[in-house]
Design a protein around this ligand. Sequence first.
Ligand SMILES: [Cu+2]
Length: 234
Amino acid sequence: MPRRGVSLSKGARAGIVLISFAAAIGLILFGIFGYLRSSPDVVTATQSTSQPNTVNLVMQVDGAVGVGAHPNWVGYWVQDANGVWHQTTLVKVPVNTNVHVTVYEYDSGGALRNPEWAKVSGVSGGQVNLNGTEDAIVNPNSPGNGIAHTFVIPGLNVTVPLYGVNGSVKNFCQTGPCNLSEAHTTTSFAFFSGSSVHSYHWQCFVPCGLGYLEGNGGPMQSLGNMAGFFEVVK
Ligand SMILES: [Cu+2]
């Protein structure tokens, strides 16, 4: 009669142990590299249906993004062509194109350390539209509000101060993604993407990394928060 059950040779057992060990190591490495690879989504600006040579980009700035490894950090969400919000600062735009940007700003603001940052530059017509009014300088000393963040692409000379909301209003957005029923300011402007295929670094120049050295650590230096890239592509 044949023996029931399985009896493995020493070699086979050692083999199984080795394979299990290798599989475990593989899983751990996969996890580590997956974490290192993970980077915010890239959102492609949406082709305008009404204006030639123009793309539209809709973004929001939240005092707390609400997701990811640091849900309490300040940062951006960007809307894709289907209206879906992505927590990111990585944007793709075509060359030689007008980029029409709308920013919904939900964070509170304050006085600027350098008044230069209140000045608008590098945008079509030299002005931004803030809550329906054309402005060349956004007043940082307005009581209760002030400037929350600045949208700056140094390589394209674009600077746009983003006016804050009053932090003590009832419908202040506590955590992102925020929606339009919550207190916000709306800033819209357009800039030209230029003729070069290039990856332009952009960032905020209001030291808003609260609790970090000079306010410039944490979210200030993190992709998806206060720093990102505009990829200008063919
Ligand atoms: Cu900021």
